[in-house]
Design a protein around this ligand. Structure first.
Ligand code: PLP
Length: 409
């Protein structure tokens, strides 16, 4: 038998996820390779969302104090599966201070970042023996596809409204079917930096309430909030559970506290949710089935001591202004970010993959094409880099655009 004709011994879906690298990761790996061959100053890597600001000093202090004062056997032991109850209570009280809510430890399930929070939530909401759809608003974080389809549900999507990427309310209403379980909201948004206004979220809430009544089952909002605290110009991210009752929040400390490798976040399941205890227990069961015994214990304790710590946005804001102004001046058309640390830019000439490839091979300028965000024709620029890097890249952006548009094909 020819090797290619042999039956496979592993899941085709898992094989696909393992083999198909994300566009972001591919560019990131490419950047590391070029940096090791030519020197890091030769690469302009705007591919990945790794915070470039160190964790706030309170995080370092919390690590030190725990390591110095707590018995190692306690510090590094398994915690209860949902997380240390004292930590969950501290997080709940932080939320209550901020949003006037009355959450308790048992509304929270600590996870390995927002990724595990989302994956567990989608699994919990996927019903057996029927179609399940999760609706995303494009442009969206590409990993949603894997988190949703990996559990047998389908990711559907609608396009945000141009020019400012506002919520496409009519399209959402038309896209909801009897199989829709949830709508994912990610604000501030990766890849665009868009922050939704309270009024548009209220309008969305009204639509979902009507649709839930009409269909006879709740349509949940899954609010993916790794960038909740990363906002500019004195804005505040509207807290969606206070706007729409059936909201499950998937939060992460990766970006706000610059801790992406420590893998810590949570799912918030408010008591107001329809069948909240069942949903909470199903998320716990999903996390168990995915093999998450408990979130890493040391970092649980650290975030428990830092619940009121906010990120310093000075450098991101400076980068945002320099890049937005510089690229706009160079003739790029950009969506002005109101949060997170991404700039979403129309690809000159319209073909984002072609422009990204040109920028990469000619200039070592690593920009993520937006095709995998479900919104072709744009480039995502992660400006969580040093300000010096932004300044030195601006002439390259200008030259790259000019030469790309003048190239002979
Ligand atoms: N959701 C969005 C929109 C993200 O941008 C990311 C990471 O970049 C995640 C979820 C996953 O974050 P975490 O590191 O907490 O798993």
């Amino acid at each position: 038998m020819n090797k290619d004709d042999m039956p496979g011994y592993c899941s085709e879906r898992a094989l696909g996820y393992g083999r198909q690298k994300s566009a972001i990761r591919e560019l990131f790996e490419y950047g590391k390779k070029i940096a090791s061959e030519q020197g890091s100053e030769q690469v302009f890597d705007f591919s990945i969302g790794n915070p470039s600001v160190p964790p706030p000093c309170q995080v370092e202090d919390a690590f030190r104090s725990l390591l110095d004062n707590e018995p190692p056997l306690v510090l590094h032991s398994y915690t209860s599966a949902p997380g240390d109850p004292r930590v969950r209570q501290a997080i709940a009280e932080g939320l209550n201070r901020n949003y006037g809510t009355s959450y308790q430890a048992n509304n929270l399930y600590l996870t390995c970042g927002a990724a595990a929070a989302l994956s567990s939530t989608f699994r919990a909401l996927t019903l057996a023996g029927t179609e399940n759809e999760i609706l995303a608003i494009a442009p969206y974080f590409p990993e949603y596809r894997c988190f949703v389809e990996g559990h047998g549900a389908t990711l559907t999507s609608v396009h945000s409204c141009l020019p400012n990427l506002s919520l496409p309310l009519e399209a959402i209403e038309s896209a909801i079917t009897s199989s829709t379980r949830a709508v994912i909201i990610n604000s501030p948004n990766n890849p665009s930096g868009k922050l939704y206004e309270r009024a548009e979220l209220q309008a969305l809430g009204a639509i979902l309430e009507n649709k839930s009544r009409e269909l006879g089952h709740p349509i949940f909002i899954v609010s993916d909030e790794p960038y909740r605290e990363l906002v500019y110009d004195g804005k505040r991210t509207p807290f969606i559970p206070s706007i729409y009752r059936n909201t499950i929040v998937c939060y992460s400390y990766s970006k706000a506290l610059s801790l992406p490798g420590e893998r810590i976040g949570y799912v918030l399941v408010p008591t107001e949710l329809d069948q909240w205890q069942d949903i909470y227990d199903a998320i716990a069961g999903a996390a168990r089935a995915l093999g998450y015994v408990c979130a890493p214990s040391l970092i649980q304790r650290v975030v428990g001591l830092c619940v009121d710590v906010k990120p310093d946005m000075t450098v991101y804001d400076l980068n945002r202004r320099l890049l937005y102004d510089g690229l706009t001046e160079a003739g790029y058309s950009c969506v002005k970010p109101q949060g997170a640390f991404y700039l979403f830019v129309e690809a000159p000439g319209g073909d984002a993959e072609a422009f990204s490839e040109f920028a990469k091979t000619r200039y070592n300028l690593l920009l993520v094409p937006s095709d995998s965000f479900g919104f072709p024709g744009y480039l995502r620029i992660s400006y969580c880099v040093s300000t010096e890097r932004i300044r030195s890249s601006l002439p390259l952006f200008e030259e790259c655009k000019r030469n790309y548009l003048n190239r002979s094909v």
